[in-house]
Design a protein around this ligand. Structure first.
Ligand code: GZL
Length: 334
């Protein structure tokens, strides 16, 4: 499906519509030892929520953490227990087990990778503690292991990036390199797929791909390697702004002009990325909204109250070219 990207005189290019796929779960919170509909450790007024965060790897993650910590406050009815897994799945599993031991009312987390969660999620279910996924998905066959998944459509993000690239560069024989996110992470798998689907049939060719683990440092290192290996790179598709910013450093150190000699497309639209876009060093950014705190708070309260919740909540994203970034920058929250 191709989109006609308007010259962005207006603030943003085609907004990506949010579709809240309503597949209301009719389940109550899993039965805990406490009896009908109660979750272990529930109390009358404050919801104790254990959150396992991926890490602090990027500007997006910092904004996401801030949104969660700013929203799940005591005055908002929460006792938030927060842990940073430093991008290690074993640390997340350990944190979730600790929350089960503490008999929190709800567990929420952003799974660093898609696979390997069934065992610990079964333990939470057996303990009667409902689980909410934010940001990234798990690939479990059993969707009763979590109440709801709140996050962006990463395939659409990759598609939007690829469609813009085709719109702008098809017919010029562009050679592209891809800075991939963390291997096995839902945004890495889906953005890669979406971008590849969108450029199929064009003459844009991905000549190499490598993970930069969503970090600026590793993005720079991988780009340095690509620049030593190839002298004809026209385009970089980076799965997040931070790796794109690292690529800019490598491109400039190699005496080339980012955004001109080598075009750059990224995902996230955090402030540093939007500034580079406005400065002409990046050419297009697809947003991935990190402000998931309010949705998490709302869903957690509904789950504890035994109300129906949407199984999948797709967060609305936008997309920006250089002109749109200049317009949007003053009002950006992250
Ligand atoms: C996407 C999120 C990704 C961001 C990166 O929802 O999981 O992880 O795109 C972050 O910046 O590291």
């Amino acid at each position: 499906m191709s989109r006609n990207f308007r010259r962005a005189g207006a603030a943003v290019l085609a907004a990506l519509t949010a579709t809240a796929l309503v597949a209301c779960s009719s389940e109550q919170a899993p039965q805990g030892e406490g009896g009908e509909g109660e979750s272990a450790g529930s109390s009358t007024d404050t919801i104790t929520l254990g959150f396992s965060q991926v890490g602090a790897e990027s500007g997006w993650r910092a904004a996401n953490t801030k949104s969660i910590q700013d929203t799940l406050t005591a005055e908002n009815g929460f006792d938030l227990k927060f842990s940073d897994a430093q991008q290690k799945q074993e640390n997340q599993i350990q944190a979730i087990r600790s929350y089960i031991q503490q008999q929190v009312d709800v567990i929420a987390f952003s799974p660093v990778v898609e696979t390997g969660w069934d065992a610990v999620l079964e333990e939470a279910k057996a303990a009667g503690i409902p689980v909410i996924l934010t940001d990234r998905a798990v690939d479990s066959e059993d969707d009763t292991l979590y109440e709801s998944f709140i996050g962006s459509d990463f395939v659409l993000e990759g598609q939007t990036a690829g469609e813009w690239a085709v719109e702008q560069y098809d017919g010029e024989g562009y050679k592209a390199v891809e800075l991939q996110g963390t291997t096995g992470a839902a945004p890495m798998i889906d953005r890669q797929q979406g971008f590849a689907d969108a450029i199929a049939g064009s003459d844009i060719e991905i000549i190499d791909s490598q993970t930069g683990n969503f970090t600026r440092t590793e993005g720079k290192q991988v780009m340095e390697g690509f620049l030593q290996k190839y002298d004809d790179i026209d385009l970089v598709f980076a799965h997040n702004d931070d790796m794109g910013l690292g690529a800019i450093e490598a491109i400039e150190a190699a005496g080339k002009v980012p955004g001109e000699d080598i075009k750059i497309i990224t995902v996230d639209a955090v402030k540093d990325g939007m500034q580079a876009l406005a400065d002409g060093k990046i050419n297009f950014i697809v947003e991935c909204n990190p402000l998931l705190g309010p949705d998490l708070a709302e869903i957690a309260k509904k789950v504890i109250a035994g109300e129906e919740v949407q199984k999948r909540i797709v967060v609305e994203d936008q997309a920006f070219d250089q002109e749109a970034a200049k317009e949007a920058l003053p009002d950006r929250q992250y």
